[in-house]
Every structure is written in structure tokens, then in C-alpha cells.
Design a protein around this ligand. Structure first.
Ligand code: PFF
Length: 436
């Protein structure tokens, strides 16, 4: 495909909504609120924001600069800035990372399809918590049910990606992301006004600095990477479809703000409701698919519908970005049509997704490998390539959009230092902490 014919996100709003769509996902809903409560409330939020600001956001800028300046997929971008070197092999790791994440992520996305249908049928009304936990376990014990929902979820994601960047991904994100914010705000209001909700608000906010230790900081950074979709080429790929006049600094900052704001909102949607029901919060599937359906159905039949629809939208917009990494590679490097590329990867991801759906062990290996290995490694490579392979002036030109963004110009020296030193050193320390 020639440079001229490459599609683009039609407007700044669209590209920010697409990037925010990639960032806001299951990570914000079922991981962040629990992590906050576990690791010291507001103290953890402060650490999370610092890690995002000083390590995750600079990596986001690196990916965005690589994508936007070259207008290519991960391989093509790395080959353009470091021709003839081994750096482009990171492209394989990014592809593998995206492929694995989208496969197991679709299993969870599928559960939200299943639970959305159950919510429409008012299935959770009057159920006890034990009965609701039974629903989740029975669903997973049956082989066909998670596979059917996975197929529906992945099918929807692939259909949007197949339509294209602006008309498919861009349009979906532009309409759905504002809707997602409205939905979560409705749940926050309902949840925070329940009797006894104060305890949940306290769980999210009460600062406890004694809980900030090495593992808490590592968790904050790992969550920051997962949440901003870093290290597997998503940001790079979406940025390769930015219009030339777009601003890497501005889109990055807004994506991070929306992402963090949404994660905090999700905490206020979930925790007050959990505490008001007299329960202790847990993380992951058991929180979202065992505890919450019952609690929310007690708040009226519409609440679970809104909640699972919100999860579905958040998950689809994230899955789209991972699938797009794979599709862009096949289109750019192998010359396939977008529709063919999407179909091929739909089939491949579906097969791996089915294995994850029936094997909890494979599921957790994929989860562990993606956030601890692929994303960290990829992020390190992107920081090193931009910080040490590209010329400082070229990076400045891209970051300030040819000198047109004065705000970006004012912070460039700090960002440059973060990219070259703080981000790579931080990643290495955290990776070692995780392994030990
Ligand atoms: N950022 C998404 C979330 O928080 O759920 C997950 C994700 C999307 C991870 C895209 C990695 C990725 F490449």
C-alpha cells in the first residue's frame, strides 16, 4: 500500500477516542479498583500516577513517535529508524504479545456478552451470591457456552476492524467511548448513594503509605503498562494512522488522563456497592462475574445491563487495537487485503481463545506472560530505539510536531531525559523485582 493511500483517523477527537478505547478496558474495571484498595488507597493512586507520568507516558510517546513518523507497522517502523539492525525483531515479540493478549482477552470479553444476555433476561434477580457464583462456574464448566460467547465477541471485534480505520475503528470508538463514560457515571451515582457506601469510598481513598513497598510500586507500573496498552505495538500502530497535523504530546496526555480518570470512576462504581452489600472485595473474574451481578441486580434491572454493556464496549475497543496490530502487519508487510488479514487472524485468535476458554492454566500463563514479559520487553525496546537510536533533533521535531506545539517544546528536555534514562532503568528494576 502506498503512503498516499494509507488510511487515517479523520480527526483529533477520533484518534484520542480510539487510543482511549484501547487503553480503557478490563484492566480498568477489574484490576485497578482492587489494586488501589489492596495497596494503600489514595497512596497507591499517587504512586500509579507518578509511574504513569514518569515511565508509562514517555513510553507511550516513544511508540506514538515511531508510528506517526514512519506511517508503518511495528516491523516497518523499527526498520525505518534503525535500518539493517536487529531491533526490528521486536516486531515478532509485539505480534506474539498482541496475538496472545487478544486471544485470552476475548474469552473474558465473551463472558460479558453472556452476562449481558443474562442481564437482559433479568436472570440475576433474587439470586443469592452462592447461586450467582454457581452461574459463573457452570458457564465455564460447559465447553460450548464460553466458546459461543468468545466467537460472538471476537466476531464483533473482527467485523469492526475489517471495515477499516476511520469507518470501522474510528467511528465505533467515537460513538461508544462517550457513551461508556455516561454509563459508568450512572453506576457511580447509583453506587455511591447506597446505604453504607461510605466504606467503599474510604477503601478507595484512605491513604496508607505504609503499604507502599517494592511490590506495590511494581504493581503500579505493571498496571500502568497494561492499562495504556504499551509494549505490544498498539499505540505505535494506531499512531501510524494519525494525520500529519496531529500532535503526539496532546493525544498521549489526553489518553492517559481519560484512562486514569475512568479507572478511578470504575473504582467508585464498584467498591461502594460491594461494601454496601457487606462484602469484601476480590479481584478479577470473581468480583465482576460472581459478586457484582447480584449486587447490581438488587439496584434495579437496568443496572446490570448498563454495567455489562459498559464492560463489553470497553473490552471490544481494547481488543480492536490488538487485532489491528496483527492486521496492519499482514497488510503492510505481506500485502494482504484488510478483510483477508482480519479473517486469518480471527481464525487464529479464535483457536487459541478456545484453548484459553477451556483451560484455566493456559489462560493464566497467557495473562502472566503478556503483562510481565511481552509488554515490559517491548516497552524497553521502544524506549531504547527512540532514546538511543534516533537523533535527538528528529525526536524533538516529531514530539513538537515540527515546532508547532509550544507546550510540547517546553517539556521536551524533561521527556527526553525520561525516555533515555528513567523509563529504561525503571523497567529493568521492575522486571527484576517481578522475577525475584
Ligand atoms: N489496556 C487494556 C485494558 O486496560 O484492559 C488492555 C490492553 C489492550 C493491553 C491492548 C494490551 C494491549 F495491547
Amino acid at each position: 500500500m502506498s503512503e498516499k493511500a494509507r488510511e487515517n483517523f479523520g480527526s483529533r477527537f477520533t484518534v484520542i477516542m480510539a487510543l482511549a478505547g484501547s487503553a480503557i478496558g478490563l484492566g480498568n474495571i477489574w484490576r485497578f479498583p482492587y489494586m488501589v484498595g489492596e495497596h494503600g488507597g489514595a497512596a497507591f493512586i499517587i504512586i500509579y500516577v507518578l509511574c504513569s507520568l514518569f515511565i508509562a507516558l514517555p513510553i507511550f510517546f516513544c511508540e506514538s513517535i515511531l508510528g506517526k513518523s514512519t506511517g508503518k507497522d511495528t516491523f516497518g517502523a523499527l526498520e525505518s529508524v534503525a535500518p539493517g539492525t536487529k531491533w526490528k525483531n521486536e516486531g515478532y515479540i509485539a505480534l506474539l504479545g498482541s496475538f496472545i493478549i487478544v486471544s485470552y482477552y476475548s474469552v473474558v470479553g465473551g463472558w460479558s456478552v453472556d452476562f449481558l444476555i443474562r442481564s437482559f433476561m433479568n436472570d440475576f434477580k433474587g439470586e443469592s451470591l452462592e447461586e450467582a457464583a454457581g452461574v459463573f462456574h457452570n458457564m465455564n464448566a460447559s465447553v460450548w457456552e464460553p466458546i459461543v460467547s468468545l466467537t460472538a465477541f471476537l466476531g464483533l471485534t473482527a467485523a469492526i476492524v475489517a471495515i477499516g480505520i476511520e469507518k470501522g475503528i474510528g467511528r465505533f470508538a467515537k460513538v461508544m467511548m462517550p457513551l461508556l463514560f455516561i454509563m459508568i457515571v450512572i453506576i457511580v451515582v447509583r453506587s455511591c448513594t447506597l446505604p453504607g457506601a461510605g466504606k467503599g469510598i474510604e477503601y478507595m481513598l484512605k491513604p496508607d503509605f505504609s503499604k507502599i513497598d517494592g511490590p506495590a510500586i511494581a504493581a503500579a507500573l505493571g498496571q500502568g503498562f497494561f492499562s495504556l496498552s504499551l509494549g505490544v505495538g498498539c499505540v505505535l500502530t494506531y499512531s501510524s494512522y494519525m494525520r500529519k497535523e496531529e500532535n503526539v504530546f496532546y493525544t498521549g496526555v489526553w489518553t492517559a488522563i481519560f484512562d486514569t480518570f475512568f479507572a478511578i470512576l470504575a473504582g467508585f462504581a464498584i467498591m461502594p456497592a460491594v461494601f454496601s452489600a457487606g462484602l469484601e472485595p476480590s479481584a478479577g473474574p470473581s468480583l465482576v462475574y460472581e459478586t457484582l451481578p447480584v449486587i447490581f441486580s438488587r439496584m434495579g434491572p437496568l443496572v446490570p445491563i448498563i454495567f455489562f454493556l459498559a464492560i463489553l464496549i470497553a473490552a471490544v475497543t481494547s481488543a480492536m487495537s490488538m487485532l489491528e496490530v496483527l492486521v496492519t502487519w499482514l497488510v503492510d508487510q505481506k500485502g494482504l487485503s484488510r478483510k483477508k488479514a482480519t479473517t486469518l487472524f480471527f481464525i487464529a485468535c479464535w483457536i487459541v481463545g478456545c484453548v484459553c476458554a477451556v483451560s484455566p492454566k493456559v489462560f493464566s500463563i497467557c495473562d502472566f506472560m503478556s503483562s510481565n514479559v511481552f509488554m515490559m520487553f517491548g516497552a524497553l525496546v521502544f524506549a531504547l530505539v527512540v532514546g538511543w537510536k534516533m537523533k535527538k533533533e528528529d525526536v524533538r521535531t516529531q514530539f513538537t510536531n515540527y515546532g508547532t506545539s509550544h507546550k510540547a517544546g517546553a517539556v521536551f528536555s524533561v521527556v527526553w531525559f525520561l525516555i533515555r534514562w528513567i523509563a529504561p532503568i525503571g523497567i529493568v528494576i521492575i522486571a527484576i523485582t517481578n522475577v525475584l
